[in-house]
Structures are given as C-alpha cells and as structure tokens.
Design a binder for this molecule. Structure first.
Ligand code: UVW
Length: 210
C-alpha cells in the first residue's frame, strides 16, 4: 500500500505460469494472492491450475519467482510512493504515532530502502518469524507487541482482503484502501491512498473504541 508492488508480484507469477505451465492466470488471482506470502501465493496458483508438484520443484518456482520480482524492483525509487502516502506518514510522525510495517513480503526492507522510507517505521516485522501468514492475525499481533501496544489499541492499514481479514482477526481497527467490494464491507475504506487522512481515521477510531 506504500507503493504498488502487487502488479509487479502478479506479473512475476504470470511469467512463471507462462514459462513453466504455458498457462495464463486470470486477473481474479491477483486479489487472491495480494498480501499473501510467497509460499501461500504459489499454493493458490497451483491449486487454480490443478497441479501438484514436488517440494523441490515448489522451492525452485519460489526462487525463480523471487528473482523475476526482484528484477522488477530494480527501478523502484521514491517516485513510486503512492499519492498522498509520504504526506500521510509525515502527518503520523508529526503526531508521534508509532508505525510498524507488517508486510508479508520478505523483500519489505529492500523496498523501503529504495523508497527512502526505512527510517519512517519504528519497527519492521520479519514475516519469516511469523509461522501463519495473512489472513491469520499473527503478523498484526506481533506488530502491536513490538510497539508495546495491545492490538485493540492499534489501527492497521491494508489494501488486500487477506490483510484486512488479518487486521480484523487481530482485534485492531481495519482501514482499507481500494475499491474492492470486500474491502468496503469489512473495514473503514478510502478509495485511494490520496484520500488517507488522520482526521477521518481518528473519527473511525473513536467509534471503534466506544
Ligand atoms: C510476497 O509474496 C507478499 O512477498 P515476497 O515474495 O516479496 O516475499
């Protein structure tokens, strides 16, 4: 949600599916793999293709997808930060709000570095230390803990259905960004990152805490 990496992920999965299985992945798989770990995304894709493969081949495909994805990150710069996000982060920092990155991506720290946002977060959760990925709440529970907060005193911001489900399951207030119906019905929604603002979120939080 800080930069639009989900299309880069899906392009890498699409190339992998073409190269190995001569398959074309439908766009609905993009939402189903969004916010989901690399391993779980590959499981979703293999399930869709009705394929079962050896664990060696599984690992090989994970590595190959990651190489494709990393190659696509090479030109990422602060210009790729989504509209309004840098200003929103500054607003949060100005109000001394503690920030944690709870991304499913093992490439999160590299991406933050490329976006010049590494210093913006008080803590970055390493998803390899969280056995159950989104939609399980574990990464948000870990994020709250690392900020010495209860999840019920936190707000999670997500652009994926798996991520919003994970926030809701953690007990935190879920804020979503995007136009997907499933996001709108399960969280306090903003259509785009440009609309994110602390005043509206503060209001939603006051209602949530009542
Ligand atoms: C995800 O799959 C979300 O991330 P990565 O492949 O970057 O670890």
């Amino acid at each position: 949600m800080i930069a639009d990496t989900s299309t880069l992920h899906f392009d890498a999965w699409q190339s992998l599916a073409h190269n190995h299985f001569s398959a074309d992945l439908p766009m609905q798989l993009e939402e189903r793999t969004k916010g989901v770990s690399r391993r779980d995304s590959l499981k979703v894709i293999l399930n869709h293709l009705n394929l079962s493969i050896s664990s060696n081949e599984f690992q090989h495909l994970l590595n190959e997808k990651n190489e494709l994805y990393k190659a696509s990150l090479k030109d990422l710069t602060p210009k790729n930060i989504l509209p309004g996000v840098a200003e929103f982060i500054s607003e949060l920092k100005g109000r001394k709000v503690k920030l944690a990155l709870a991304s499913a991506s093992l490439n999160g720290p590299v991406i933050l570095e490329k976006l010049a946002l590494s210093e913006a977060f008080d803590t970055i959760i390493d998803p390899s230390t969280i056995p159950l990925g989104k939609p399980a709440p574990d990464i948000f529970i870990a994020a709250a803990k690392s900020l010495s907060l209860f999840p019920t005193d936190c707000i999670g911001i997500e652009d994926s259905v798996a991520g919003v489900n994970a926030i809701n399951a953690s007990g935190a207030l879920a804020i979503s960004v995007g136009t997907n119906k499933a996001l709108k019905s399960t969280s306090h929604n903003f259509g785009t990152t440009a609309e994110l603002n602390l005043a509206d979120i503060h209001l939603a939080y006051q209602i949530f805490k009542k």
